[in-house]
Design a binder for this molecule. Structure first.
Ligand code: G3H
Length: 478
């Protein structure tokens, strides 16, 4: 069956013995765009075997050679940005220009990871025993960073390429092998990206990409005894994975409800521009999107007016036309968003625009006068709908932010840097941005969430360190 994309294992493109496929629905046309193999558990077992073997010799491959291959893959990835971006447009309705940006950013991330890996893995520590009470200088301890083994990478639909390479790069430079389980929406983009690693000439079995139904291979992969580390980005599934996974390092990033706190002295034009970018880019389908605006009552009218004017200018339509607002990833996602909107309507939120939906396409919507009893005050829509809560004190804003189950990022707008620092310290989130919308990048910055937003810290350096363990050798002198 020629129109089903093959999966990648042992350095080859393969058909699954299941004879079954998984359909990928184009969010814009709502018709099947692509099909991928529905891999079986037996195939996963085989992948794990070859990953284990490949990792052993990869760990012995000189670090500079590992870096060289990653640089090569990065260059090939950037050369092939157009076809990969086209898949992103068709599979996840990412606006055309953003799709190109994702691929270029991914190439840069892989190169940066290779350089950073050479630096940080190229040095270890040397300790002597006589600094600890009761010891003579008779023990020398040498430490280095060694790979964990087989890494399982599960990226989300919103960055199927970038959030895959942010796991692949660190895993490989550190001497691990890697199994990629791409999201269904985004699987074909991921397979194309993996092909760039194939073309770069990585050893057979070092990278594999298995596609299929979560119900068939999801738990099987995450609970597989051959997996030595899981790096996951996505939603609630991550919490379930963390409960089932064995005693292995986990890196998880599971969404957020990033608050934007606006003080009376803020530059409202700057705030409005950042609310638009932060709240509506990729139609709000980013874990770091601004998901609630907490604005001081005295400047709320002025801010809402400015944001409203900018919302009116957003283009709405097909990702091929590079519209700002494009269809959300699936019908169930659109239904979920609609549920939040209806709840806000029933409970009396002020609609700054009329609610409009056509298939998976939802027009951008700003909801003013949202109150804490509304679902939208707490839940993440992952769509182009943004609530505004009016506050009467900074403490009220901080309280709302900290009452959330999430703690990914947040932002504060004020010209008073001292206030900004105090608010940053008080916000229980992994990162606070001062005078800009939340964002993960630049990709070498640490990226982490508190509470239900995740475990561990990402960013190039932290991911490399997380995918290694310390090994020490102690020389005992006579
Ligand atoms: O969706 C989660 C991503 O990690 C957010 O990345 O801030 O670059 O859009 P971004």
């Amino acid at each position: 069956d020629g129109d089903v994309y093959k999966y990648y294992a042992d350095g080859e493109w393969k058909k699954s013995s299941s004879g079954k496929s998984v359909a990928i629905i184009n969010p814009t046309t709502r018709k099947t765009q692509y099909k991928v193999q529905a891999c079986t558990q037996e195939e996963v077992n085989k992948v794990m075997e070859s990953e284990k073997t490949a990792q052993k010799s990869w760990a012995k491959t000189p670090l500079w050679k590992r870096a060289e291959l990653l640089h090569k893959a990065a260059a090939i990835l950037k050369e092939h940005k157009a076809p990969i971006a086209e898949c992103l447009v068709k599979e996840i309705a990412k606006p055309a220009k953003d799709a190109i940006t994702e691929v270029v950013r991914s190439g840069d991330l892989v190169s940066y990871t290779a350089e950073e890996g050479v630096r940080i893995l190229g040095e270890g520590k040397f300790l002597v025993s006589d600094s600890f009470p009761g010891n003579e200088r008779t023990k020398y301890c040498l430490t280095s960073k060694v790979p964990l083994g087989v890494i399982l990478a599960i990226p989300p639909f919103n960055y199927p390429v970038n959030l895959a390479v942010s796991k692949i790069g660190p895993a490989l430079i550190a001497g691990n092998s890697l199994v990629l389980k791409p999201p269904t929406q985004g699987a074909v983009s991921a397979l194309h990206m993996v092909h760039c690693f194939h073309l770069a000439g990585f050893p057979k079995g070092l990278i594999s990409c298995v596609t299929g139904k979560g119900s068939e291979i999801g738990d099987f992969l995450t609970m597989h005894p051959g997996v030595n580390c899981i790096s996951f980005t996505g939603g609630d599934t991550g919490i379930a994975i963390s409960k089932k996974a064995g005693m292995i390092p986990l890196q998880m990033e599971l969404g957020g409800k990033d608050a934007c706190i606006v003080l009376e002295d803020a530059d409202l034009d700057l705030v409005a521009a950042n609310i638009i970018k932060g709240g509506f880019s990729y139609s709000g389908q980013r874990c770091t999107a601004v998901k609630v605006v907490l604005v001081m009552e005295s400047v709320a009218d002025a801010l809402v007016k400015k944001v409203k004017e900018k919302v009116a200018k957003l283009t709405v339509g097909a990702p091929e036309d590079d519209c700002d607002i494009t269809p959300v990833v699936s019908e169930s996602s659109a239904n979920f968003i609609e549920g939040l909107v209806k709840d806000a309507k029933e409970k009396g939120a002020t609609f700054c625009q009329e609610y409009k939906r056509d298939g998976n396409l939802i027009w951008p919507l700003l909801l003013d006068n949202v109150r804490p009893d509304m679902r939208i005050a707490w839940e993440e829509p992952f769509g182009p709908v943004l609530p505004v809560i009016r506050i009467n004190s900074v403490e009220e804003g901080i309280h709302h932010c900290n009452a959330s189950n999430f703690g990914l990022q947040g932002c504060v707008f004020t010209k008073d840097v001292n206030k900004a620092m105090l608010i940053s310290d008080a916000m229980e989130t992994g990162t606070v941005q001062i005078n800009s919308a939340p964002a993960r990048g630049p990709d070498h910055f640490p990226f982490q969430g508190l509470k239900d937003s995740g475990i561990g810290s990402q960013g190039v350096t932290n991911s490399i360190n997380m995918m290694t363990k310390i090994k020490s050798t102690v020389i005992n002198l006579p």
